[in-house]
Design a protein around this ligand. Structure first.
Ligand code: ADP
Ligand code: ADP
Length: 243
């Protein structure tokens, strides 16, 4: 089945055309690398998918994720919240709450709305806690559960963000430059983790990257953007040959 369906997506910021007439389909179980130089529109495209940005009002655009409408013709649909809650979103600056523990940060993934931080300690069920520990085990950080997030390295924090996405039972993970601020070794660990989640759990992953080598190594399919347009969409080995 299709987890992402984008039609005629266009986005301007003032006079800047960030995205022009984008069509994109992603199927369940795919791992797609979104490549392109800085300013080519990768981040803007990803943000549209999660309803963080609205398409041009006068466009005949539509975006669906996991079977729910996210936006149509530049208007958010009623189901945008459902769609968002079923999608794991990972940011470059991982968006964790640094003064909370690793476990608490993962548990945030179990909440459907923005939590009140102060009430975060006792409000989770035993089942949710064991699920969060399982997610931490999956990313190899179970032994850090009780530690403050701020004591972890950048790569470890990114893995906490992945555990939080797993907590949502999502069938789709969108990751915006998750390795941009990591050293090569930590980058590898994070990419391998995304790949194993994709393979073992069948979760579709769309990851924006600016390093071609990482995309070629980890993403079977690549979509490359330039000036807001898709100029390549296909298997990564074809991109390699066209270089
Ligand atoms: P990438 O992620 O590939 O680096 P972006 O999607 O961030 O590219 O940006 C695409 C274009 O849109 C760039 O020209 C950028 O300056 C512009 N842009 C992105 N977000 C905004 C915004 N909120 N306001 C104005 N311009 C923006
Ligand atoms: P990235 O490309 O990695 O997403 P950016 O630094 O381009 O990061 O963008 C960070 C934030 O600034 C985003 O919210 C984006 O929408 C916004 N932004 C990007 N370009 C511009 C711009 N030219 N004018 C205003 N806001 C921008």
């Amino acid at each position: 089945s299709t987890v992402i369906e984008v039609r005629k997506l266009a986005k301007h910021f003032g006079d800047t055309c960030a995205l022009a007439n984008i069509d994109l389909d992603v199927k369940q179980g795919e791992m797609l690398g979104l490549l392109g130089p800085s300013g080519s529109g990768k981040s803007t495209l990803l943000r549209h998918l999660n309803g963080l940005v609205r398409a041009d009002k006068n466009s005949k655009s539509s975006i669906k994720t996991l079977g729910n409408d996210v936006q149509i013709n530049g208007k958010f649909s009623r189901s945008v919240r459902t769609s968002r809650s079923q999608t794991g979103y990972i940011f470059q600056q991982h968006n964790l709450v640094s003064r909370l523990s690793v476990l608490q940060n993962v548990l945030i993934g179990a909440l459907s709305s923005t939590p009140k931080w102060r009430s975060l300690s006792g409000n989770f069920t035993t089942l949710q806690k064991s699920k969060a520990l399982q997610a931490l085990d999956k990313v190899g950080l179970k032994q850090f559960a009780k530690q403050r997030v701020s004591t972890l390295s950048g790569g470890q924090q990114q893995r906490v963000a992945i555990a939080r996405a797993l907590m949502q039972d999502s069938k789709l993970i969108l990751a915006d430059e998750p390795i941009a601020s990591l050293d090569p070794e930590a980058s590898r660990t994070v990419m391998e983790l995304l790949r194993s989640i994709n393979k073992e759990l069948g979760i579709a992953v769309v990851v924006t990257l600016h390093q071609v080598e990482f995309a070629l190594e980890y993403c079977p399919r690549i979509v490359a953007l330039k000036d807001g347009e898709i100029y390549f969409d296909g298997p990564s080995h074809d991109l390699n040959q066209s270089k």
